[in-house]
Design a protein around this ligand. Structure first.
Ligand code: FEO
Ligand code: CA
Ligand code: CA
Ligand code: CA
Length: 647
């Protein structure tokens, strides 16, 4: 790597105000921003009145300019959750914990012998994205909607994948999807309310509607649904979003892994990484929906954003096709200057794109009832991150920007079902695995985690896969966080200015490509990303279990969560997770005194399927050996003095 390369990026940590004068504005009016952000959140969540105002007042009096006042925790290799000594982390909701009171709330069996019918009434596996929906003024009672991304079938069944059967496939399907639980904070901590009328499991077999421009299209029709408007279930639900009208958006990420193609996949199947025999879930052995030779269109019905009303357990979840089909990581909502809904979305794969949806209609007051179809019509864009910190949103609308019938885009459904091909055609910027996107509550600046991409700049890669200004490192094994501001500070704008917030990695590392620009505690492979209402940025890491604690990743230990001050770019380590896990699912109560976090796949090994004969080989979290198997779980984390978290 050349010296000029190093010089070019030595200031690219978010403090280079020559690129982004708006950062100065943030600094000078910081106190005011902190106060008004709480008011803004109060409006969005419907929690108004003294609670939010009091929290704002307390935050201002407690912070005194020092926002990261907690004691940083060191890098860890131990099989436990470590938080600062001023904090408590409570395990709230684990894989297998009952959801609701049906059939007597079946309890988890430590040897994984629960039936599929019981699993359908229990927390799924591998908690991921999550949102908190307050039900009270204080925020001490609310709903958590929690994604269950995928299964480790070595842990899910008593004898793992031995004697594979239709029953085991069914249990795996019931361990996917979403849980909605009601939680309340009592004197002795947060509790799940078992008899809640809201409690609900949504699985890979829950009936859903398909709406928007791709609904009913020929390619959406299957033998069991000739209408192309109904589909069973949602899969690989990764990150999530909360709409301003109070619904939950869950995102279908690596859905391709569940389908088996013929020995020779079609170009469209290959573009989404589909292959013969899939990724080893083996559902196609017993459920022909997942055999693309039998049902070639079923895969078109996955890869969407799904809207769920957490307050209506009878609502049929809706797949919103206007938001495109790819490996959806997240769906971060905001509102444009004129009041249109804006959803930012990443497609998490090496060299994939960032997308933005802007609704045709304006957001109305009146909750979901008043905004039932708002996500069905609007414009989908993909991002071009050009040199020198400027960028453009390119519209993915049939008939525009070369998306014409002779290129395979005869109608908008073609553009949406093959969103990746449409984004290829318009020349979007290939990014280093876009994961979560977060919008600053006041400045409206947008931040995205680009988790890593070791293929960038490798021999044989095309010119668009070489280092560029936005993705500056070849062999990018550490990842980075990029930030942008929409022009006119309007989320509906079609141009923006971007810069880097931080290049992850230890600045002291030997190889230039791995040296980060981190000011504070080191980390690698940023994934989860969320602003608290007070403007602190929470970062979660996902170093893959295939490389965790090895080679260049040794310095980082287990996956972790950090807090950043976007004004100073200071970053401080807040939590380290148990062995083999990743950190995900950040959500705050409106008073910011509790942060909910998910520990996903403790005990995962490089193979991603545990040995059922040695379930404790890597981790005994959360209960130790007596419980039998490690379990993904939701944590509720609070300061011992009840103060605002992260300050
Ligand atoms: Fe499910 Fe890209 O993380
Ligand atoms: Ca992720
Ligand atoms: Ca993951
Ligand atoms: Ca990840």
């Amino acid at each position: 790597m050349s010296d000029s390369y190093a010089n070019k990026f030595e200031n690219s940590d978010g403090v280079n105000t020559a690129n982004n004068p708006y950062l100065e504005e943030v600094d000078t009016s910081r106190r005011q921003l902190i106060g008004s952000s709480l008011a803004a959140v109060a409006v969005l969540t419907g929690v108004t009145g003294s609670g939010a105002a009091l929290a704002a007042k307390e935050l201002l009096s407690k912070t005194k300019g020092e926002l990261l006042g907690f004691t940083a925790v060191p890098v860890s290799n131990s099989d436990e959750v470590v938080v600062p000594p001023e904090y408590d982390a409570q395990v709230l909701f684990r894989w297998g914990d009952p959801v609701g009171a049906k059939l007597g709330s079946p309890v988890f069996k430590a040897d994984a012998s629960n039936t599929w019918q019981e699993q359908a009434l229990q927390a799924g596996m591998h908690h991921d994205g999550m949102e908190y929906f307050p039900l009270s003024q204080s925020g001490n009672r609310g709903l958590l909607a929690i994604n269950h991304e995928y299964t480790d079938d070595g842990l899910l069944h008593a004898d793992g994948m031995k004697n594979w059967s239709a029953i085991k496939v069914r249990k795996a399907q019931e361990a996917h999807g979403v849980s909605v639980i009601e939680v309340e904070r009592k004197a002795d901590g947060w509790k799940v309310l078992q008899n809640s009328k809201y409690a609900r499991r949504i699985t890979a077999n829950t009936m859903m509607a398909i709406t928007g421009p791709a609904a009913a299209h020929k390619q959406m029709q299957t033998s069991y649904d000739p209408s192309g408007t109904r589909v069973l279930g949602t899969l690989n639900n990764c990150a999530a979003g909360q709409t301003p009208w109070g619904t939950y958006l869950t995102c279908e990420e690596n859905w391709n892994g569940y389908f088996s193609t013929s020995a020779k996949p079609t170009p469209q199947e290959l573009r989404y990484g589909m292959r013969n025999k899939g990724w080893g879930y083996q559902w196609h052995d017993f459920d022909t929906r997942f055999d693309s030779v039998v049902e070639p269109n079923e895969a078109h019905r996955f890869g969407w954003i799904v809207e769920i009303d957490p307050k209506d357990p009878n609502q049929m979840p809706v797949k919103r096709t206007a938001l495109g089909r790819f490996k959806h990581e997240g769906a971060t909502c905001t509102v444009s200057k004129e009041g249109h809904a804006v959803v930012y979305m990443g497609d998490d794969e090496k060299f994939e794109y960032i997308y933005k949806f802007v609704s045709s209609d304006k957001v109305k007051s009146g909750g979901f009832a008043a905004n039932k179809n708002i996500l069905d019509s609007g414009k989908l864009y993909t991002g071009r991150f050009d040199a020198q910190g400027v960028g453009q949103w390119i519209e993915l609308t049939q008939g525009m920007n070369g998306l014409t019938a002779d290129k395979g885009f005869a109608v908008q459904a073609d553009v949406l079902i093959q969103s990746r091909a449409a984004a290829d055609a318009v020349g979007a910027t290939k990014m280093d695995r876009p994961e979560w996107i977060a919008v600053h509550p006041n400045t409206r600046e947008v931040f995205v985690t680009l988790t890593n991409n070791n293929l960038r700049g490798q021999a044989g890669r095309s010119s668009s896969e070489q280092p560029d200004d936005a993705n500056p490192r070849s062999d990018n094994q550490m990842g980075h966080i990029l930030r942008w501001q929409e022009d006119g500070n309007d989320a509906a704008a079609t141009t923006f200015r971007w810069t880097h917030f931080v290049l992850a990695g230890d600045p002291a590392m030997a190889k230039t490509e791995h040296q980060g620009t981190v000011k504070g505690d080191i980390f690698s492979c940023p994934d989860g990303l969320r602003f608290a209402p007070n403007g602190l940025l929470w970062i979660q890491t996902d170093i893959s279990t295939s490389v965790m604690n090895q080679g260049i990743y040794k310095a980082f230990g287990n996956n972790m969560m950090l807090v950043a001050d976007p004004v100073t770019s200071q970053i401080k380590r807040f939590l380290t997770g148990p062995s083999g896990c990743e950190l995900t699912g950040i959500s705050f109560t409106p008073d910011q005194r509790t942060v909910f976090v998910n520990i996903q796949h403790p005990g995962e090994t490089a193979s991603e399927r545990s040995d059922p004969d040695k379930p404790l080989a890597i981790s005994r979290w959360p209960e130790g050996a007596k419980a039998g198997r490690p379990r993904s779980a939701t944590l509720a984390i609070r300061r011992k003095d009840g103060g605002v978290v992260g300050t």
